[in-house]
Design a protein around this ligand. Structure first.
Ligand code: ADP
Ligand code: MG
Length: 358
C-alpha cells in the first residue's frame, strides 16, 4: 500500500467538488495546512468563501469519504473563511474595506424588506461574518426598532461616525440622529445626501457584508447607492399578491438599468402557519414570487411564512433569528442568508479568477 503523504491527500481532495463553484476544492485553493501523522492521521483546513456556507456539511462528508478510501485513519477538518470581494478594490473607492454590498429592495412598502434585511444581517453575523447594516430608508427608518438599538453614535479619532453595534452587526440609521417621534420629511436630494454621508463618513471598517435596507420603490436612495458604490447584489422581497409584484417589476427594471445584479427574489408572508393546529393558510394567495422569478429569469429563494414571532420580535428588537425558538420563519431566513452569501461568493469568484491556482 502506498504511504499516505501530503501529495496523496491533495490528490484525493482533488476529487471533492465545491458544488456552487463547480470546481474541486484543491483547485479552488481552499485546502490549507495539510498534516499527515506517522500513523496516517490527516489534519487540514478548508477555507470557505463565506462562513455562511450552506454546503459545509456536504464538502466535509465528501472529503472524509475520499480520505478514508485513501487509507487515512483519523481525519480532522478545521474551517476558516475568507470572504472574497465581488468587485475589485480600488483605492479611491468609498468603502475600501467592504467586500460585498447586499441591497434588500422591494416594489412597495410593508412587504417585510426591513425584517428580511435585519434577519439576514444578524444571521450572517451569527455564522461568523463581519457584517454592517445600513438603514437607507431615510424617511421611514425601521432598523433601530427591529434590532432594539438606540443611542447616539460618537465620532472616531479620525472624525468619522462610529456605527452602533447589536447582535454583532454594525448599524447606522438616520433615526440615531433625529429626536424620537420626530417625522422625517426630507426631499429627494437630501435623502441622497444622507446616504452618501452614511457611506463616506461612517467608520465601517472591514466588513464581509454590508446589508442595505432600501426604501420601497424606485427612489433617490436606490439611485444614489447604485451610483456611489458597487452593489454586489440585490435581493428583491415581495408578498404573493399581484399588486406587490407589479411594483417589484419596476424595482427590477430600475436595478437592471443601473447595472445592479439582482441575485434573486424571496417571497415573504407566504402562508400563515397556525400555532395551534399547524395548518398552513395562504392568506395572500400563492406562487406569485415564483411565477415572477420564472418570468424574469431570476432565482427564486422560496417563501418565508407569516409568523407571529417575526412581527413580535421586530417590535421588541429581537429578530426571529436571534430568538431561542424563532420557528420556521427564522430557519427559512437563516437558510436564505447562507444561500445569498453563496451566490455572492460565486459572483466574486467569477469576478476574480486569480483565486484559482494550478
Ligand atoms: N414573515 C413575517 N411574519 C409576520 N410578520 C411579518 C413578517 N415579515 C414582516 N412582518 C411584519 O410586517 C410589518 C412590515 O414589515 P417591514 O419589514 O417593516 O416591511 P418593509 O420594510 O418592506 O416596509 C412589520 O410589522 C413586520 O414585523
Ligand atoms: Mg422598511
Amino acid at each position: 500500500m502506498n504511504e499516505l503523504n501530503e501529495t496523496r491527500v491533495l490528490d484525493a481532495l482533488r476529487t471533492v467538488q465545491e458544488p456552487e463553484l463547480g470546481r474541486d476544492i484543491v483547485t479552488l485553493n481552499m485546502v490549507r495546512d495539510v498534516v499527515v501523522s506517522a500513523d496516517g492521521d490527516v489534519a487540514f483546513t478548508i477555507e470557505l468563501t463565506t462562513p455562511a456556507c450552506p454546503l459545509k456539511d456536504e464538502i466535509e462528508r465528501n472529503a472524509r469519504a475520499v480520505l478514508r478510501a485513501s487509507g487515512a485513519r483519523e481525519v480532522a477538518v478545521t474551517w476558516t473563511s475568507n470572504v472574497r470581494r465581488a468587485t475589485p478594490a480600488q483605492p479611491q473607492q468609498l468603502l475600501p474595506g467592504v467586500k460585498n454590498i447586499l441591497a434588500v429592495a422591494s416594489g412597495k412598502g410593508g412587504v417585510g424588506k426591513s425584517t428580511v434585511a435585519a434577519n439576514l444581517a444578524v444571521a450572517l453575523a451569527q455564522d461568523g461574518a463581519s457584517v454592517g447594516l445600513l438603514d437607507a430608508d431615510i424617511t421611514g427608518p425601521n432598523i433601530p426598532l427591529m434590532l432594539g438599538v438606540e443611542g447616539q453614535p460618537v465620532a472616531s479619532p479620525n472624525n468619522k461616525i462610529v456605527p452602533l453595534e447589536r447582535y454583532g452587526v454594525k448599524v447606522i440609521s438616520i433615526q440615531f440622529f433625529v429626536p424620537e417621534g420626530q417625522p422625517i420629511v426630507w426631499r429627494g436630494p437630501l435623502v441622497g445626501g444622507a446616504i452618501q454621508q452614511f457611506l463616506r463618513d461612517v467608520e465601517w471598517g472591514d466588513l464581509d457584508y454590508l446589508v442595505v435596507d432600501l426604501p420601497p420603490g424606485t427612489s433617490d436612495a436606490q439611485l444614489t447607492l447604485a451610483q456611489a458604490v458597487p452593489i454586489s447584489g440585490s435581493l428583491l422581497v415581495t408578498t404573493p399578491q399581484d399588486v406587490a409584484l407589479l411594483d417589484v417589476t419596476k424595482a427590477l427594471a430600475m436595478f437592471r438599468r443601473l447595472s445592479v445584479p439582482v441575485i434573486g427574489i424571496v417571497e415573504n408572508m407566504t402562508a400563515f402557519v397556525c400555532p395551534h393546529c399547524g395548518e398552513a393558510t395562504e392568506i395572500f394567495g400563492r406562487g406569485g414570487g415564483e411565477r415572477f422569478a420564472r418570468q424574469y429569469d431570476l432565482e427564486y429563494f422560496g417563501g418565508i411564512p407569516l409568523d407571529i414571532r417575526v412581527r413580535q420580535g421586530g417590535d421588541v428588537g429581537v429578530p426571529a433569528v436571534a430568538q431561542r425558538d424563532g420557528g420556521p420563519a427564522a430557519e427559512t431566513m437563516r437558510q436564505l442568508a447562507r444561500t445569498v452569501a453563496a451566490r455572492m461568493s460565486v459572483r466574486a469568484a467569477q469576478a476574480a479568477p486569480i483565486l484559482i491556482v494550478s
